[in-house]
Write a protein that binds this ligand. Structure first.
Ligand code: 16G
Ligand code: ZN
Length: 533
């Protein structure tokens, strides 16, 4: 049974503010860091219970608010294969977080143990980490109290990026199995990525020194580490690496700034020369945005859609080159935010699926392909190789030296890619490998297709829960009549497309529009004149 007295004593020290409601959403719990104490304590308990339920497999807890402002914080659970928490448990998490008193909490927990038939005699293994936010250390202590209240010690992985935590969870659980995923340490991660990278770029001309905007977040640490392993083959120059300063995280820098403003972070302007490319991580280093200045100094963005196009085309080429065409199907997953031009480019070549926003939906859909490439336009994405495909590649007998080379490249790509979740550092290495192989500059990469001009704005409404969508968020079913109005507007514009969806992370609805001409994509938006992005 649960040691009710211990839980009560510790829970009283982490009382829930009665006026707040917490929701486990697309990004876990996320709100102001100062109100998250009770949530952290309870997530500690829940993580331990989830581990017990999964027969003692290791479960991850990541404390971060990603690209959000510095005072925000959040927490999400990571399942044993390094994936997002199973959705059924999102509801349990919400219930646990909202029990008003310690007694109410104990009751919710006891119910959970009973209905889910959790065997409390099983061990609980939890690994946890945080990003660089100032509110992090105190929140980690609350989390540890939660773990302790159910007799779980947990492993503190310190301050690391979200994708490294996902990697650690997977490696710990895969250890000693057929699906071994590497060594469960930051060094193991760096070693795995960098050694595959070095093999892939051997004898190739790699990028000149590359500026990497770390958003003043934990990605700066990853960048510093990987530099030691890259042995000068790729020079990465960190900008916005001030993780010790307050007030700078994600401030006028980082992947989200680039995507939403479609601008160069001002802090990079002194360094980036015409013709050169650079990239930005977000605050927890799971998103990556590339961009370059053309010869006239004009800014061009290479977002998640452009990364998907680059990566998918390269993988298809390698699959063909290995002699596996027809045996290994490559597919793409996007969301409604994918630029229409990218969808056209990709669907002319490959199967493309559209799913609702949120990594768990993309990841899940990508699992149905032999090799599934998924990217959100915002720069979050990765590539998944199915179990069968992994075996097929390992057992495939190439019949020519060229086939053997392609196959080797594919096997090494699998090692560079963090298959658990989007990973800015791993994606950066992946992109640089491909650019080196294709001898592409930013300009050539960009010319795979031309983005349709688009506009994304947020609109404050009285009740965003009135907005209900279907068809992977591309159409509204409520409020009644609104979709017809959108359809009428969109019909007036060439290559027009627009959708409205309620945000899962902010109290707003998002409005996206694109058309073949900039003024048209902006058109009706100007009439509405809400706040940008
Ligand atoms: C979260 C999601 C991200 C999505 C974004 C949309 C995860 C790990 N993160 O950050 O994938 O793009 O929410 O936010 O799933 P929105 O619903 O506010 O537009
Ligand atoms: Zn992030």
């Amino acid at each position: 049974v649960l040691s009710v007295d211990t839980i009560r004593i510790l829970s009283d020290r982490h009382a829930k503010p009665s006026y707040l409601f917490f929701q486990y959403g697309t990004a876990g719990f996320r709100t102001l860091g100062v109100v998250l104490d009770s949530v952290m304590f309870r997530v500690g308990i829940l993580a331990a219970l989830r581990s017990k339920k999964l027969d003692g497999k290791t479960v991850g807890v990541m404390v971060t608010a990603s690209h959000n402002p510095e005072p925000d914080n959040g927490v999400k659970l990571v399942d044993p294969r390094g994936e997002m928490l199973e959705s059924a448990w999102e509801v349990h998490a919400t219930n646990v977080a909202n029990a008003q008193t310690s007694d109410a909490l104990i009751e919710v927990l006891q119910n959970l143990v009973k209905t889910l038939r959790i065997d409390l005699t099983k061990p609980a293994n939890v690994i946890f980490a945080r990003d660089t936010r100032p509110s992090g250390p105190a929140l980690i202590e609350s989390l540890q109290d939660g773990l302790q209240s159910v007799g779980c010690v947990g492993r503190n992985a310190g301050v690391i990026s979200t994708p490294i935590l996902h990697y650690l969870v997977r490696t710990i659980n895969a250890k000693g199995t057929k699906e071994d995923y590497g060594v469960d340490s930051v060094d193991g991660y760096m070693e795995k990525l960098s050694s595959a990278f070095l093999k892939l770029v051997k004898g190739k001309q790699v990028s000149p020194p590359l500026l990497v905007d770390c958003a003043n977040g934990v990605g700066a640490h990853s960048l510093e580490e990987i530099t030691k392993y890259l042995k000068g083959s790729l020079q990465l120059i960190g900008v916005n690496t001030a993780t010790g300063s307050t007030g700078v995280l994600n401030n006028a820098c980082g992947a989200d700034y680039v995507k939403t403003t479609q601008r160069l972070p001002p802090s990079l302007a002194p360094y980036l020369k015409p013709g050169e490319r650079a990239c930005s991580f977000d605050g927890d280093a799971d998103r990556l945005m590339y961009y370059y200045l053309d010869e006239r100094g004009q800014f061009h963005m290479l977002d998640g859609d452009k990364i998907a196009a680059l990566v998918a085309a390269f993988i298809v080429e390698l699959v063909k080159g290995s002699g596996l065409e027809g045996q290994v199907r490559v597919g793409i997953v996007q969301t409604a935010y994918a630029n229409g031009a990218s969808t056209k480019y990709l669907s002319d070549r490959l199967p493309v699926k559209c799913v609702p926003t949120g990594v768990k939906h993309l990841h899940h859909a990508a699992e149905s392909y032999d090799i599934g490439v998924y990217f959100e336009a915002n720069g979050h994405g990765t590539v998944l190789f199915s179990r069968d495909t992994t075996e097929k590649l390992a057992n495939h007998q190439p019949i020519t030296p060229a086939q053997s080379t392609s196959l080797n490249h594919l096997m090494n790509l699998m090692q560079v890619i963090n298959q658990t979740v989007g990973d800015a550092l791993s994606d950066l290495l992946l992109v640089e490998v491909i650019l080196a192989h294709k001898s592409y500059s930013g300009i050539e990469w960009d010319s795979l297709y031309v983005d349709l001009p688009n506009r994304l704005v947020k609109v404050v409404v009285a009740d965003r829960f009135m907005f209900k969508t279907e068809d992977a968020e591309r159409r509204l079913i409520s409020p009644p009549g609104l979709q017809q109005k959108i359809d009428e507007l969109v019909r007036r514009y060439e290559a027009g497309r627009a959708f409205v969806r309620p945000s899962g992370t902010e109290d707003v609805v998002r409005v996206y529009a694109e058309a073949s001409v900039r003024s048209q994509a902006d058109g009706e938006y100007m009439l509405l004149s809400p706040k940008p992005f």
